[in-house]
Design a protein around this ligand. Structure first.
Ligand SMILES: Cc1cc2nc3c(=O)[nH]c(=O)nc-3n(C[C@H](O)[C@H](O)[C@H](O)COP(=O)(O)OP(=O)(O)OC[C@H]3O[C@@H](n4cnc5c(N)ncnc54)[C@H](O)[C@@H]3O)c2cc1C
Length: 300
């Protein structure tokens, strides 16, 4: 299927150039294009102009910031690089794991974490991972740079805190000793989106974070699941503790029935995914289960 709608294509070489284009009404940023091209083809969006931001120097690279307290993932970095990065695997294993389970190698070679959270569909896999990581989104605009906490980023399906004329330049992830895991259910092997997903992390100090995908209008934290796991020695948690957390998350989830799954099934599977991800985080804490993506669930 071709794109019927006509639009101008601009390739920005600098951040200033991109912001100049984005200030003009009807302009959309294009990173990997794995969502945007599909939307253009379907007529879901009809911009006057598309600005390719993939070559902007400020949007490149994965590196620790000066001071060593944050890891920055550039907005143009392909998901495949995020999966392979030793730094991401060390600082943000749940993000590496979520990215490793997205789409296919071809899509991961083009798509980006920033594009994923700017698309902001309820099933965006980077959402739950970034929520448990406590990430910040770095946004550039005419007035300079601002940072948006990931808890304040998702405003609704396909709605984010990004304002007209702004561009995401990167994602900042706090560096803190913790262990995490991401688990996801999709209908079949290969390029399908999640029916339900969960990210879980536990810090060195025993702080638990649990976040869910595809079971609400936006990726969401589950305070009830976090409470169920808190206050106990992480090394001594039992299968019953993980199950209790899963049940709490399932109750807190706000799933709908749609083409991919029913509300009831999503709720049931949320319980399973939280249980598995929590157990995986604890296994990693004990130095086991470090391989990424081993707990992916598929029906075939
Ligand atoms: C076959 C297939 C399978 C897929 N499987 C999955 C999956 O398993 N899980 C999943 O979560 N997603 C999946 N996706 C969706 C998609 O690949 C991801 O959402 C991807 O991360 C989007 O990144 P991108 O760089 O391609 O974004 P683009 O398509 O370039 O852009 C997406 C949106 O974000 C905006 N945008 C992009 N970059 C910026 C920026 N720096 N600043 C401001 N706005 C920006 C664009 O204007 C657009 O609105 C799949 C897509 C396909 C085609």
């Amino acid at each position: 299927m071709s794109i019927a709608h006509e639009f101008e294509y601009e390739r920005a070489a600098t951040l200033a150039e991109a912001l100049g284009w984005l200030a003009k009404p009807g302009t959309m940023a294009l990173a990997g294009g794995t969502d945007l091209i599909a939307w253009l083809r379907d007529g879901a969006v009809t911009p006057k102009r598309v600005v390719d931001v993939k070559g902007i120097p400020e949007l490149q690279g994965i590196a620790k910031e000066r001071g060593g307290r944050w890891l920055r993932v550039g907005a143009a970095v392909p998901l495949a690089e995020v999966v392979e990065s030793e730094l991401v695997r060390e600082v943000a294993p749940e993000l590496a794991e979520a990215a490793s389970m997205m789409a296919s190698v071809g899509v991961r070679n083009r798509g980006t974490v920033a594009g994923n959270i700017c698309s902001a569909v309820p099933c965006c896999d980077c959402g739950p991972a970034l929520l448990v990581l406590g990430a910040e989104v770095v946004v550039a605009g005419k007035g300079g740079e601002r940072r948006v906490g990931i808890d304040d980023w998702f405003l609704g399906p396909r709605k984010t805190a990004l304002k007209l004329g702004e561009l995401v330049t990167g994602i900042r992830i706090p560096i803190r000793a913790h262990w995490g895991a991401f688990a996801k259910l999709k209908r079949y092997r290969g390029e399908d989106l999640a029916q339900a997903s969960a990210a879980v992390s536990v810090s060195e100090k025993g702080e638990w974070r649990v976040a869910l995908g595809s079971v609400g209008p936006v990726p969401m934290r589950s305070p009830a699941a976090e409470k169920a796991l808190s206050g106990k020695d992480a090394g001594k948690l039992s299968a019953a503790d993980f199950e209790q957390a899963g049940e709490a998350a399932a109750q807190e989830a706000r799933p709908i029935t749609d083409i991919r799954s029913s509300e009831t099934y999503r709720r049931l599977m949320t319980a399973v995914l939280v249980k598995r991800a929590a157990a995986q985080a604890v296994a990693r804490r004990a130095g086991k289960g470090v391989e990424l993506g081993v707990n992916v669930m598929e029906e075939d």
